[in-house]
Design a protein around this ligand. Structure first.
Ligand SMILES: [Mn+2]
Length: 314
């Protein structure tokens, strides 16, 4: 029997962990795992340290079961899509299984199912279910689909290939609610999000011969728009549609004045080492980190831009 299946079989109470500020892949993979454990009549909890989950994820099965308090008495934890211990948002004391696809994953679990070539964590789970003869029901298929949809940026990313679509085809045949998910995940916005996007695009700066798009968003900007942090990512990603832009950098000031930095690239520049350099992590095309020191947006911009400029070779 597979080691992970064995651990699950012998566990009394399993807690699934989606990373802080969860995305569709972390939620989708935890949701699919949740269904699987319910199928097995296991006692299971789903933990995420972040209180507010974006409304676009409401199409993910069991999303209403997420708890922000860590369950007492769990004897097995499974983290999904978490690249480092810090992303768990909690100190885990029991046996931990780490299932992820980030190349920067630090293998912090006792068991690590980390495949950096996978498009999403849900793709790893899909294979895990198939290899272990697990029946994928409609809810699981929907959840697995969400991870693929989200991490492939609506099937537009460079890592998408025929295998991705073959997987999607199978998930749809298993009942995945793909139309609902496409609409909720890719095609819904709040007025606040659109207002923030407009302000960000208006203030976008192009640096280094227009190869770098820069966005600085103050805490005041966020408060004024009423947008949630994730809403700032739309403008960031769209700036890469510009002909010369190869890297997009977003610096967003938080209420404690720390700065959340998000990096996106067209794939020709690896974002992960830059993020690692500042204590963060991620993928080639998307990575992030937090600057905790007391530093202005302008100072942070210069510091990071200098590093990016060294990496960009014309
Ligand atoms: Mn992911």
């Amino acid at each position: 029997m597979n080691e992970i299946v064995e651990k699950i079989e012998s566990a009394g109470h399993v807690v699934l962990i989606s990373h802080v500020h969860p995305d569709g892949d972390s939620l989708g993979s935890a949701s699919a795992m949740y269904s699987y454990l319910l199928q097995k009549h296991k006692k299971v909890s789903w933990f995420c340290a972040t209180k507010v989950i974006h409304q676009r994820f409401s199409c993910i099965p069991w999303i209403e079961d997420i708890k922000t308090s860590y369950p007492l008495g769990a004897d097995l934890a499974i983290s999904l899509d978490c690249a480092s211990k810090e992303r768990l948002g909690v100190e885990v004391r029991c046996t931990l299984i780490n299932i992820d696809h980030h190349p920067t994953n630090t293998s912090f679990g006792l068991f690590n199912l980390v495949q950096s070539t996978a498009l999403s964590t849900t793709e790893i789970l899909y294979r895990f279910f198939k290899e272990n003869g697990v029946k994928i029901n409609k809810k699981m298929a929907t959840a697995l689909y969400v991870g693929l949809l989200e991490d492939s940026d609506g099937f537009l990313s460079q890592s998408v290939d025929g295998t991705t679509f073959a997987t999607v085809q199978e998930l749809i045949s298993l009942g995945a609610e793909f139309k609902l998910c496409n609409k909720k995940i890719m095609r819904s916005a709040s007025l606040a999000a659109l207002r923030l996007k407009a302000a960000m695009l208006k203030n976008m700066e192009l640096e280094h011969s227009a190869t770098v798009a820069f966005f600085g968003v103050s805490y005041e900007d966020m408060k004024q728009s009423g947008a949630v942090p994730e809403d700032a990512e739309g403008a960031l990603e769209e700036s890469l549609f510009l002909p010369h832009v190869r890297v997009a950098l977003l610096l967003r000031q938080r209420s404690d004045l720390s700065i959340k930095c998000s990096l996106r690239s067209d794939g020709n520049l690896d974002c992960a080492p830059i993020a690692l350099n500042f204590g963060g992590g991620g993928h080639v095309t998307r990575a992030g980190f937090v600057l905790k020191e007391n530093i202005s947006l302008q100072e942070a911009k210069e510091k990071i831009l200098n590093l990016i400029k060294k990496e960009i070779v014309f």
